[in-house]
Ligand binder design. Structure first.
Ligand code: ZN
Length: 216
């Protein structure tokens, strides 16, 4: 069964998620989505959670390339150098700009994280025996994707849709009509009782946002 752990990290209050499949005894496989750990305390939080749930972390998965969603990537690779990074091809271009962008905020990002596996069309992300659909949802950031787990009606929405809000579109490559179209085409057909796990802030549901979101 798919399980989810939520963490809120770094100066941007970014939500990092670990998804894992607890079906197997022994080696329980999991992935970390948008690792935002920025200091020792946040790093230890992740390590303790992995140990507490006996999770063998298989890969890093990115919704998009903004700095607050990738601050923990370098440390994860120091810990497990062979760990693959999954992301959209366009996300690599965004990542390449992040060391300079980070410096504007006084954050040191030693180098641009390198995606090792670009999403192919129709591909799904494996989490143990479970799979996540990849939804293409640009508009906040070029190449942004969201992840949907159908049987638990779980949507990892990155910075696309928030509780009573949406992702900002004033950063490089952002576009409001593109974002609204992505939400309407990719999210609205999903069940209303889908839980939305956002890149910032609390969870919501698609049904709630259809009624209460002032942007839609
Ligand atoms: Zn973002």
């Amino acid at each position: 069964m798919m399980r989810l752990l939520k963490f809120t990290f770094n100066a941007f209050q970014e939500n990092t998620y670990i998804l894992y499949d607890d079906k197997n005894q022994g080696a329980i496989q999991g992935v970390i989505i948008d690792p935002g750990m920025s200091n020792q305390k946040e790093w230890e939080e992740v390590m303790e959670a992995l140990e507490a749930h006996s999770i063998d972390l298989q890969s890093i998965v990115l919704t998009h390339g903004h700095i607050d969603h990738v601050l923990g990537v370098h440390r994860l690779l120091e810990w497990k150098p062979s760990m693959p990074i999954y992301g959209h091809k366009i996300t690599q271009e965004v990542l390449n700009a992040q060391p300079d962008y980070a410096a504007l905020f006084g954050i040191h990002l030693p180098s641009a994280p390198e995606i090792t596996h670009f999403f192919a069309s129709g591909e799904k992300i494996r989490v143990g025996e479970e799979t996540l659909d990849i939804l293409y949802t640009p508009g906040h950031c070029p190449g942004e994707v969201s992840f949907y787990h159908a049987s638990s009606k779980t949507l990892i929405a990155g910075d696309v849709l928030f509780y009573e809000s949406i992702g900002r579109t004033d950063l490089p490559g952002g576009d409001l009509p593109t974002l609204l179209e992505a939400i309407r085409e990719q999210f609205w057909p999903l069940p209303d009782d889908t839980t939305v796990y956002c890149g910032h802030g609390p969870e919501t549901t698609l049904g709630y946002e259809k009624v209460h979101n002032p942007f839609l």
